[in-house]
Ligand binder design. Structure first.
Ligand SMILES: O=C(O)CCC(=O)C(=O)O
Length: 250
């Protein structure tokens, strides 16, 4: 934690809408996820390849809360906790663990945010973040592999103004190139899109959502945690993951 300036990361997220921690997770822990994801993706695509849920050849696939995807290195990290709780408060919780994957043949998504405004009747009202998303890629994200593109600072302006500034080129859509081990923490209100993956390497990115303790949304797609995994969690992880159902049979 010594080499990460927590306050600087917090300010980047508040001002730009994201920060990247380079080389934060051990490469072998992430590469284990890449290997374990392959059969999950194959089974998923065998049933749903023709019915993508995030645009052509782009799939959102929930991840199981078991090793190697569940790893205390990802869920019990002091730096991540300090940054996220510095914005959302120490009582924050997690309700989502999944992956976003553009495969070859994916296209530009529409520019969007991932959450609705809390008070849509007042588009001028800008509020601090209620949620943060944490993303880490299972493969290096090159320009050809469909990087996540983000328009910095657009969470701080009314949606119409943000779109106009992107359309005019005043605010660029920046491709976030990342390597295995890098970690993105972002405000999901900041406008973004997935871009086309032109390669045969699926660009898998894990996604975890943190939210303030009072924030509630219905999520039916997050996998439960096996009781045997739950019993090994730290007290901090149990507080973070208390919204996730426990599967007593495992
Ligand atoms: O990972 C990506 O390419 C972006 C995914 C995304 O923003 C979405 O599907 O809502």
């Amino acid at each position: 934690m010594a080499d990460v300036d927590i306050q600087c990361c917090i300010q980047q997220i508040l001002n730009d809408g994201h920060c990247i921690l380079r080389g934060h997770f051990p490469v072998d822990a992430v590469e284990a996820c890449k290997e374990a994801f392959e059969p999950i993706a194959s089974a998923y695509l065998a049933e749903r390849a023709d019915n993508p849920n995030r645009g052509p050849n782009r799939h959102y696939i929930p991840l199981p809360f078991r090793p190697p995807f569940y790893n205390p290195l990802f869920f019990d990290d002091d730096t991540v906790f300090a940054i996220a709780s510095g914005i959302l408060g120490e009582e924050m919780v997690i309700d989502q663990f999944a992956s976003d994957t553009p495969f070859k043949g994916s296209v530009n998504q529409e520019i969007h945010k991932d959450v609705s405004e809390l008070f849509p009747e007042n588009p001028e009202l800008r509020l601090p973040p209620a949620l943060l998303a944490m993303n880490w890629p299972f493969v290096d994200v090159t320009p050809e592999r469909g990087p996540f593109q983000v328009a910095a600072g657009t969470h701080l302006m009314p949606p119409e103004e943000a779109i106009a500034k992107i359309d005019s080129g005043e605010i660029p859509l920046k491709s976030l190139l990342m390597q295995v081990g890098d970690l993105l923490i972002r405000d999901p209100r900041c406008l973004h899109r997935g871009s086309p993956n032109q390669t045969d390497t699926p660009r898998v990115v894990a996604v975890v959502s943190f939210m303030r303790s009072w924030y509630c949304r219905r999520r039916s797609d997050t996998h439960p945690i096996a009781r045997s995994v739950w019993e090994c969690l730290s007290e901090r992880e149990k507080r973070l993951l208390k919204r996730i159902a426990i599967d007593e049979s495992l």
